[in-house]
Design a protein around this ligand. Structure first.
Ligand code: NAD
Length: 431
């Protein structure tokens, strides 16, 4: 099939590359000319494992191309995916200006029947708004389909090629049939293709993200209760997770969730529920717990040091999670800002997110090129993101480099007994 993907970010680029990988001809469109120029030269603007290889292969095979020119891409394609950003607006709702703007531009360029697919995460009712926006601009026939994306940054290519399920919201059979055909190669192993109405499909994505955020905040609260009673959250988590009705995923306490999805999607579901007169009480608490959790480690540092003024803190992990360079809503941002406000200095290190961090903090912090370099002369280390390379460090070397052997572990990746035996003053969460 000939496909256009509008928006070449973390989602659009993966979607475009993976559809090309399965033999489709894909043109990716982005309004960011610098990004498109880089992609045309084979440079990947983001870090996502495995992505560079399939972009390169499919470019060479002539199945994947990049452009800033939307109309030609629309005319050449039967299916047009809209994968532009839906950032948080001031009132907490998802800002639909990019999605609706693209819908209008697509409509003006149409030269026959097209399937327009909402791939971006959009509130319930958006498919109808997109349909209306297109109808105003064209007399050509079209279908609007909602196809929320469930990939995880850090494992996006694999998630897209081998999805748990594919959700298709379609209010007409023609659009649904095209989507079934398009996804058939991805679901041969038996992953279900779930076809439903567009409103249900739109809500699926928010309900899934809100559930995951809820599990994280829930476990973070369990960890805080553990601290009050001297219980060990690791033991509690393992016992709870072994219950088949509950399962182990997303039950790890930590210094808060971040990223471009959970925070904004939780806000958006709160907002569109409220718009209908319903206050989503659980999610209000999930959000409040997470906001407090991002300050937890700095609170522990304050209690340990008394004052943070003049202290130098090494920080491992800037990205909002491992295997990405994305820092949107990253707990590291809250932690660094709080440390700087209290007069501490920060020496940060991340395997992939340093360039992104430089755009946020400039010269307000220093950036280490290697993990151990971030420890030179520090009063403490705070671990914020659990990259694999931090899991088994050389503790003796760490101690030699640090001014004092103090570790604040925001992801519970070290063993408290072992840390004590190694001579560290060690703080983690809920144990
Ligand atoms: P992103 O910011 O990385 O990428 C969006 C891209 O769209 C940018 O390159 C931007 O230049 C481009 N764009 C914006 N307006 C445009 C226009 N009018 N024409 C052409 N290009 C335009 O965003 P993302 O992380 O890829 O997320 C995209 C959507 O997918 C969001 O709705 C998000 O909630 C959803 N989503 C994200 C993830 C994730 O893990 N990042 C997972 C599932 C769903």
């Amino acid at each position: 099939m000939n496909i256009a993907v509008v928006g070449t970010g973390y989602v659009g680029l993966v979607v475009g590359a993976c559809f090309a990988e399965n033999g489709n001809t894909v043109v990716c469109v982005d309004k960011d000319a610098a990004k498109v120029r880089a992609l045309q030269k084979g440079k990947i603007p983001i870090y996502e494992p495995g992505l560079e290889e399939i972009v390169k292969r499919n470019r060479q095979e002539g199945r994947l191309s990049f452009t800033t020119t939307l109309p030609r891409a629309v005319r050449a394609s039967q299916v047009i995916f809209v994968a532009v950003g839906t950032p948080e607006a001031e009132d907490g709702s998802a800002d639909l200006q990019h999605v609706l703007g693209v819908a209008r531009d697509v409509a003006r360029a149409m030269n026959g029947y097209k399937v327009i697919v909402d791939k971006s995460t959009v509130p319930v009712g958006t498919a109808e708004k997109v349909r209306e926006a297109i109808r105003r601009e064209t007399t050509h026939p079209f279908s609007v389909v909602s196809n929320p994306e469930f990939l995880k940054q850090g494992a996006a290519v694999d998630d897209f090629l081998r999805p748990d399920r594919v959700v298709i919201g379609a209010d007409d059979p023609r659009g649904a049939e095209v989507m079934r055909e398009l996804y058939a190669p991805f679901t041969r192993t038996g992953a279900p293709v779930m076809v439903m109405d567009t409103s249900s499909a739109e809500l699926c994505k928010y309900a899934a993200n809100a559930m995951l955020a809820t599990r994280i905040s829930f476990m973070n609260e369990v960890a805080l209760v553990c601290e009050q009673y001297g219980a060990n959250v690791d033991e509690v988590r393992r016992a709870v997770a072994s219950d088949k009705r509950i399962g182990p995923a997303f039950l790890f306490p930590g210094c808060g969730y971040g990223g471009s999805c959970f925070p904004k999607d939780v806000k958006a579901i709160l907002k569109f529920s409220k718009d209908k007169g319903y206050s989503f009480k659980i999610l209000e608490a999930v959000e409040a717990v997470n906001a407090a959790q991002k300050h937890l480690m700095v609170g522990k540092m304050q209690r340990h040091f008394g004052s943070l003024k003049g202290k130098t803190i090494g920080l491992w992990g800037l990205a909002f999670k491992p295997r990405t360079d994305d820092m949107r809503e990253a707990p590291a941002i809250t932690i660094i800002n709080a440390l700087l406000e209290q007069g501490a200095k920060v020496q940060g290190y991340d395997p992939e997110a340093t360039d992104v961090a430089k755009r946020i903090f400039g010269s307000r912090i220093t950036y280490a090129r290697k993990s151990y370099e971030a420890l030179v002369g520090v009063d403490a280390l705070v671990l914020v993101t659990e990259w694999n390379e931090f899991r088994e460090p050389d503790f003796a070397r760490m101690k030699k480099l640090m001014k004092a052997p103090v570790v604040f572990d925001g992801r519970n990746i070290y063993n408290p007994q072992q840390m004590k035996a190694n001579g560290f003053t060690y703080f983690s969460i809920g144990r």
